[in-house]
Design a protein around this ligand. Structure first.
Ligand SMILES: [Cu+2]
Length: 126
């Protein structure tokens, strides 16, 4: 039989495992800050597979942003990506990387979606 102390150790261990999984597989993957490349371009790769990963991208205003959509599926839902605020609608060929470049001049929160507004992501400009 386990005593109370042993139970506490087991439960704390399980809680730690749950937190690590949440942190790395959910929280860690859903928001990404754009990395600055040599040319001063803020670049992020977004995996497209049943959704956008990361679904939330943070960038700085006034500098070019390069979003590389890496579409890893053939599902028709995700074949287009739309940035309504920037007047962009782009076809994403399956199993290819498609680049979208924008230079957000104003801070704000801008949604991007699939062609049917089912998959959703967000670009936060700070
Ligand atoms: Cu869709």
């Amino acid at each position: 039989m386990m005593n109370a102390t042993e139970w506490i150790v087991v439960l704390a261990g399980l809680a730690a495992i749950a937190w690590v999984n949440w942190y790395f597989f959910l929280a860690g993957r859903t928001t990404a800050e754009a990395a600055l490349s040599a040319g001063g371009v803020q670049q992020v790769t977004i995996t497209v597979q049943g959704g956008y990963q990361p679904a939330h991208v943070k960038v700085k205003q006034g500098a070019p942003v390069r979003l590389v959509f890496d579409r890893q599926e053939t599902s028709g839902c995700s074949e287009e990506v739309v940035f309504p605020d920037f007047g962009i609608r782009k076809f994403l060929p399956a199993h290819r990387q498609t680049t979208i470049e924008i230079t957000p001049e104003r801070a704000g929160s801008y949604e991007f979606t699939c062609g049917m507004s089912m998959l959703r992501g967000r670009l936060t400009v700070e």
